[in-house]
Design a protein around this ligand. Structure first.
Ligand code: AMP
Ligand code: ZN
Ligand code: ZN
Length: 403
């Protein structure tokens, strides 16, 4: 009798599998947008009706805490890898790798993706049978793990913003088999104006309000589809008005020829010890000059909260400027606005987070959180399995999701 029962059940099972395939729900899609340098309080300081509407219809965080250092490349990459810079390899926009005996600077990764660790979300989607697309996102035009998104462009800063929105609309309109489920895009204007004119300047206000229009258009596009599409809007860091007249000239701190010295974007000064360097002596020499407006750390005494003490790319000694001070080289200049500071000391480094769509609660305010937690959130929406080495934890943002 068992044999006959099996013969009856088997076709039924096959039939029900086929039935499920035909009946399956439309696939989830996430559109992730970064507005570089959009400080956490710009939406209160300036007029942002579209972002305010998104906050009403979705989730808004009090702020998002950038990874250390609060620079563009480390933070965009920690958002899409869910890993702190010390683990994803991008510890700064400029750094030195003692093992490779090479200096890294922005753009090098386009030729050599081996600088980067981790699995960016666009790769995670591709590896698990989905398609991804980026209309600019730092590192998305490099070959990480030998891969790129199915659809991507080489970075070209002047590309008009509404053209980027139009392309996203085209991607969302593709047939299901070729339509990307993970889409990311990036806008630099608010950061550029914030640097040039400072966070309080009318030019920065104008940039913020223009970006709000761009976001308004994108939200309209996203809402025009019946499919479940979630829109997530973030920034990488904030912006701090600094003292343009007085800055710390790096050469005046001393000549440290036993160290490989790197100017970390005006806020950090990295000293990598060469063989035989006297680390303690140099540390003490720098410590004696802290009253110029900076703090100095030995690698082993970096505060735990910064997650910045692991691996050879973190130097044995580094200095960190304290606002309104910055570092510059003898012939260098300082712009009005800067970022890179410790986000736990300088609230102006905090960024933004908004999430809206089928999976997010409506009108929910959430407290500040670290940007590494976005990765498991997006993976959850897209039904992607998260790699074990990821630092982010789904528990942090799961209260923002409708179960
Ligand atoms: P930061 O120097 O930290 O303020 O970095 C912001 C700058 O990075 C902006 O002016 C962008 O134009 C630039 N940027 C953003 N994405 C890329 C990219 N994929 N390749 C090269 N530069 C980029
Ligand atoms: Zn930035
Ligand atoms: Zn910047």
């Amino acid at each position: 009798m068992n044999r006959y029962l099996f013969l009856v059940i088997l076709p039924l099972t096959i039939f029900s599998c086929q039935f499920n395939t035909h009946d399956k729900k439309p696939k989830n899609t996430v559109v992730l947008v970064s507005i570089d340098g959009f400080r956490y309080d710009y939406s209160e300081k300036y007029n942002t009706p579209h972002l305010d509407q998104i906050a009403k219809e979705g989730v808004k965080a009090a702020s998002m805490i950038p990874a250390y250092p609060s620079k563009t490349f480390p933070n965009h990459y920690s958002i899409v890898t869910g890993m702190y810079p010390q683990n994803n390899g991008l510890v700064h926009n400029n750094f030195y790798d003692p093992e490779r005996e090479q200096h890294y600077k922005v753009g090098l990764g386009k030729k050599d993706g081996s600088w980067f660790k981790g699995t960016p979300l666009w790769n995670l989607a591709e590896q698990q049978g989905q398609k991804s697309a980026t209309f600019y996102w730092p590192v998305s035009d490099a070959r990480v793990e030998g891969m790129t998104p199915t659809y991507y462009f080489k970075y070209n800063k002047p590309t008009p913003y509404f053209e980027r929105v139009d392309q996203i609309q085209k991607w969302l309109s593709l047939d299901e088999e070729v339509r990307p489920s993970f889409i990311a895009t990036y806008f630099s204007l608010v950061d550029t104006q914030g640097h040039l004119f400072g966070p309080d300047a009318p030019e920065t206000k104008e940039a913020v309000e223009y970006l709000d229009q761009v976001i308004g258009k994108l939200y309209e596009v996203v809402k025009s589809y019946p499919d479940p599409i979630d829109l997530i809007i973030v920034s990488d860091h904030g912006m701090q008005q600094v003292d343009v007249e007085n800055s710390i000239v790096l050469e005046s701190l001393g000549r440290y020829k036993d160290f490989e010295c790197v100017n970390g974007g005006g806020i950090q000064y990295f000293l990598y010890a060469k063989k035989g360097a006297d680390i303690e002596k140099t540390y003490q020499e720098l410590k004696a000059q802290e009253d110029k407006g900076f703090v100095v750390y030995k690698k082993e005494e970096v505060p735990e909260r910064l997650h910045f003490s692991k691996g050879k790319r973190i130097p044995e000694i580094f200095c960190e400027a304290i606002p309104p001070m910055t570092f510059r080289n003898l012939r260098g200049t300082v712009s009005n606005g800067m970022h890179g500071y410790d986000p736990y000391k300088v609230k102006n480094m905090h960024a933004i987070f908004y999430g809206v769509g089928d999976h997010f609660h409506k009108g929910q305010a959430i407290k500040s959180f670290e940007n590494i937690h976005i990765y498991p959130l997006i993976a959850k929406i897209l039904n992607l399995k998260v790699p074990e080495e990821v630092d982010g934890d789904l528990k942090v943002l799961s209260p923002a999701l409708i179960k």
